[in-house]
Ligand binder design. Structure first.
Ligand code: CA
Length: 706
């Protein structure tokens, strides 16, 4: 509370700026206010309201509901006794057929959510009726810089505005009543391949936003903007810049001592693209930092080094953006091991004493419990099988690396668990203070790390320095099946005190949804097969499920209106796993449930995919092999492993038509760049493009012969 008191004068000014000025008042439509339960004049969001979010459990005021980001709802009207009566209350169709990762915000009967291309929707949370839609009109060509689909994870609310970060790097304030843009700032150097997919957070009147782009070569940072007018207040860089330009402060100088070579040329990475949490008593903002640019440390920082603050949790003073402490989960990251996964704060008893802890289950496979005041490691145990390391030394806080895990020899690739998809990715984790358990969307996805011996930094392009084709699914069906059997996904209930699995629910595959826990002894999670499921929070018994007709990856929320509890989730397939591996119907919706809800979804019409049988080809085996290698370096992140088409147009159908001129116009010269398919003339020769075409024709031949 001290921080609020210290900031009181500024806070009052802020309230007055947004609430006292006549031109900011929203006209109330008389008829509307008679017939609708939803106020046309949305209530103001203040620091007090978010800090005391438990006083209004009917709302979901911020990304993780509270600043602690526990994603635990104190509502218990829907509970383990009656959840079998849960039914659909309403659904809201979203026309954008890209991944749906948003956590909805719900304030006094109004819901705010987002879809792909950073579009914001305001919905009557009781009836599902649309109130307004705000489209930031992101240039579709920017989609080439999105490593993992053009997704968005939701808005933040403050004052009478909602805030969205756009895939092309803008931060926009929108009037919550009308959907009109209030202000917009560019948070990036627009010549660089940055993206924003994460939800902003607002702390002490400052909108905090990070960025993504470490797969392409950028320098990560978080920035704070004045919530009222968008003025930039501070910026914290997560990796140091070129020493010749001068360091921003002592912290950057300290970080630079852990780097070698000319790391700044490819940016260094460290993009903080998702997790944040805030402790108002300590007045500390916690951010999760991403992987390095490029992935291979030998190419990024020759000679080694920890490369601060890659793969770290960093505590900042939210008023100044100054560094307070850091804990690095993966020193010298060389595996895309981000620490951007959910950060959850809780006060728990460990070995007889009450501790203020921070928990995270980042990609690298260890579940960390830290003292959130000091950043000191309390415990770290693997929550999924881990082969890159044999454990974490608690005294030093450092992992003990396994022999060969840094794939030093180009001839000796390293098969590893977890890989770049992570033992857990961005899918929100939840912690229930009632059961004392953390609930993680965990997975086992092996990956073969090996050097890209031809790596050379190319600005604005995919810059990993590793050979992705090593991990492409084998063309041989028997070998592909063997790989498939290694892949697993589960809902994991983890005790952060004993560091043990309490129960696990095995799913048909990985990439399952984020998790909500509630005081009704329930947890809710969607899964890769499109089911949205309720389980008992204490033992994992399945109690209810509903088929969503698509895949579910987002984090659900719960709220109440007029004394009735709702559970809501955004559904829709896409995201990185949808683009690369698993195909599901791309139906995007908000689904909202209540007891005895009796709405039903319309039927699904799925057009059958037609791949024409290709003509005989004179391509050599070498040409096809080279095309396969090139495809898995340049194309598969959008057009799927083995060219099997996830979400985007099936290239096998296009290649089969055998029109090389059109293929070249698109792949080399960017004829479809306005639709999001860039030209690759800066990195691919016409010969390489023809090799890729021959590889895809060969895949079409295999598909039509099946
Ligand atoms: Ca990454």
């Amino acid at each position: 509370m001290m921080s609020i008191l210290n900031n009181l004068p500024k806070f009052l000014v802020l309230l007055c700026l947004i609430g006292c000025s006549p031109e900011n008042e929203t006209p109330v439509d008389e008829d509307d206010s008679m017939t609708s339960e939803v106020s046309t004049n949305p209530s103001l969001i203040t620091a007090e309201r978010i800090i005391n979010a438990d006083d209004e459990p009917q709302n979901w005021l911020s990304h993780g509901r509270t600043y602690s980001e526990q994603r635990f709802s104190p509502l218990d009207q829907i509970n383990d006794d009656n959840v079998s009566k849960l039914g659909l209350a309403w659904y809201y169709d979203i026309p954008i057929r890209r991944g749906m990762e948003a956590t909805s915000i719900v304030i006094d009967g109004r819901m705010y959510t987002t879809s792909g291309w950073s579009i914001v929707y305001a919905i009557d949370a009781k009836s599902g009726e649309e109130l307004w839609v705000y489209d930031p009109e992101v240039p579709r060509a920017w989609g080439r810089y999105a490593c993992c689909d053009v997704v968005n994870r939701g808005v933040a609310a403050w004052g009478n505005m909602v805030y969205v970060g756009t895939i092309d790097g803008r931060l926009i304030a929108i009037d919550a009543a009308t959907g009109e843009e209030s202000w917009s700032v560019s948070t990036i150097d627009r010549s660089k391949p940055y993206t924003i997919t994460g939800a902003p957070r607002v702390v002490n009147g400052k909108v905090i936003i990070g960025n993504g782009g470490a797969e392409y070569g950028v320098r990560g940072y978080v920035t704070a903007y004045d919530a009222v007018n968008g003025e930039q207040l501070w910026r914290f860089y997560t990796v140091p810049g070129n020493p010749a330009d001068g360091f921003e402060d002592d912290t950057q100088e300290m970080a630079a001592e852990t780097w070698n070579g000319q790391w700044w040329l490819a940016g260094g990475g460290g993009t903080p693209w998702d997790a944040m949490a805030y402790d108002p008593e300590l007045n500390l903002l916690y951010i999760g930092v991403g992987n390095g640019s490029p992935w291979d440390r030998d190419k990024r920082s020759p000679g080694g080094g920890d490369n601060l603050f890659l793969s770290s949790i960093v505590a900042l003073n939210p008023d100044t953006g100054k560094y307070v402490w850091h804990y690095q989960t993966t020193p010298g990251d060389t595996w895309d091991f981000t620490a951007t996964q959910s950060i959850i704060l809780a006060d728990i008893e460990i070995e007889g004493s009450q501790r203020k802890v921070l928990m995270q289950a980042p990609k690298n496979g260890y579940f960390y419990v830290l003292d959130r005041k000091t950043g000191k490691l309390i415990s770290a145990d693997n929550y999924v099988p881990v082969t890159w390391s044999t454990g974490v030394d608690i005294a030093s806080g450092r992992p003990i690396e396994a022999e060969g895990a840094r794939y030093p020899d180009p001839e000796q690739p390293f098969l590893q668990f977890p890989g770049p998809f992570g033992g857990h990715n961005w899918h929100p984790m939840s912690y229930s203070p009632q059961t004392g358990l953390a609930y993680v969307s965990a997975q086992e996805l092996p990956f073969i790390y090996g050097k890209d011996i031809n790596y050379k930094y190319s600005p604005g392009e995919w810059n990993l320095a590793i050979d992705f084709s090593l991990s492409a699914t084998p063309d041989d069906p028997a070998a592909a099946k063997q790989v498939d059997e290694l892949i697993k996904g589960r809902l994991l209930a983890w005790d952060p005190v004993t560091n043990k699995r309490v129960f696990a629910i095995e799913h048909p595959g990985p990439w399952n949804g984020g998790i909500l826990s509630t005081a009704g002894n329930l947890i809710f999670q969607g899964n890769i097969k499109g089911e949205f499921v309720a389980y008992r929070a204490d033992n994992g018994d399945q109690l209810w499920s509903m088929q969503s007709q698509t895949g579910v990856v987002a984090g659900p929320v719960s709220y109440a209106i007029d004394g009735e509890q709702y559970v809501s989730v955004t559904v829709g397939w896409g995201t990185i796993y949808g683009l690369v591996v698993e195909k599901r119907p791309p139906v995007s919706r908000v689904l909202t449930f209540k007891l005895n809800g009796d709405e039903s979804l319309p039927g699904v019409v799925q057009a059958a995919l037609v791949i024409p049988a290709p003509k005989a080809s004179s391509a050599s085996a070498e040409q096809i092999a080279d095309g396969r290698q090139q495809f898995h370096q340049r194309c598969f992140m959008c057009h799927a492993d083995g060219a099997k088409a996830g979400l985007l147009p099936d290239l096998r159908a296009a290649a089969s038509r055998d029109v090389p001129e059109a293929w070249n116009e698109i792949v080399l010269n960017g004829a479809l760049s306005a639709s999001g398919m860039p030209g690759f003339s800066s990195v691919l020769t016409p010969e390489k493009v023809e090799d890729i075409r021959q590889y895809v024709i060969e895949r079409a031949r295999v598909a039509t012969a099946e």
